[in-house]
Design a protein around this ligand. Structure first.
Ligand SMILES: [Zn+2]
Ligand SMILES: [Zn+2]
Length: 285
């Protein structure tokens, strides 16, 4: 069993309307021992006005609310996290990294997830990212951006949903972009770049996240897919953080039984929870 869900959003994130208290109540209902609130901080999010998605919030207020909830709900550990959106576009990369480093100077943070949500000023969620690209090409560009991002932001605790772009590849490539005869991304595609990312995080003590949102979206796999988890293990990686990326109460700890099985099948006996930016290992029972 996995008893900590360390990736969830609340209405401090522009893509969630769930109150933090609801997320806490839902987590207790699921029988979790602990959670980490990781709202979106995505500085310079592209087209933020067009889509009304700014992804910046008042972290002081967020953490004060966590303090208040801790006094009410004593049976669950509520940790203070943040999911930061890493960028590699020239100029944007330097500016956002500087701002994240400033933000993370505070001493009360438990956990920092570093995620790549945007590249080329576009979220691969949008069909335009896939225009003129095959699934393999689109993912390669995404992984290369992720590699640049993690090299420039090696202070993060865990790398979020490493193959995030795959979530949107199928729909976009078959319906709107170039279809290369595949209906999904193939295990082992772009393994050279993925290997570089994994070697880097293993060498720098950065954890790899398993994010069950892929199961929620009906992809049939969690992020990242099993071959990446296995490769991380082969390269000496031991730290796996676990999150359902719930934007709604009903999705807390989504698919965690399956996640436990995936991790066991990949050879992991433990998962990792960050507390005060330090890793703690928990047995997958
Ligand atoms: Zn994310
Ligand atoms: Zn998230």
């Amino acid at each position: 069993m996995i008893l900590y869900d360390c990736h969830m959003h609340t209405d401090y994130s522009d893509d969630s309307t769930e109150k933090m208290e609801e997320q806490v109540k839902g987590s207790i209902e699921k029988g979790l021992k602990g959670i980490c609130i990781t709202d979106h901080m995505d500085y310079e999010f592209p087209d933020s006005e067009k889509y009304n998605l700014k992804f910046e919030y008042d972290i002081d207020r967020n953490y004060r609310e966590i303090d208040d909830l801790r006094t009410i709900y004593k049976d669950i550990e509520i940790m203070k996290g943040v999911e930061i959106g890493l960028r590699n576009e020239p100029g944007t990369a330097e500016r956002t990294t500087a701002r994240y480093k400033e933000l993370l100077k505070r001493s009360d943070i438990d956990f920092v997830i570093g995620s790549t949500h945007c590249l080329e000023y576009c979220d691969p969620y949008r069909a335009e990212y896939w225009q003129g690209r095959t699934v393999k090409e689109g993912l390669r560009t995404f992984f290369l951006a992720t590699l640049e991002n993690i090299r420039a932001n090696d202070y993060v605790d865990s790398i979020g949903h490493l193959d995030y772009a795959a979530r949107y590849a199928r729909r976009s490539s078959t319906q709107r972009g170039v279809f290369d005869g595949r209906d999904d991304y193939i295990e082992g595609d772009n393994a050279d770049v993925v290997d570089e990312i994994l070697r880097f995080i293993v060498g720098h003590g950065i954890a790899l996240e398993i994010n069950s949102a892929g199961l929620k979206y009906g992809l049939g796999y969690a992020h990242p897919r099993g071959w990446i988890l296995k490769r991380y293990k082969e390269l000496g990686g031991e730290m796996i953080t676990v999150g359902a990326d719930a934007h709604k109460r009903i999705h807390i700890a989504y698919g965690f039984d399956e996640v436990a099985k995936i991790l066991s099948d990949c050879g992991f006996k433990y998962y990792t929870v960050f507390r005060g930016r330090k890793p703690h290992m928990y047995h997958i029972d």
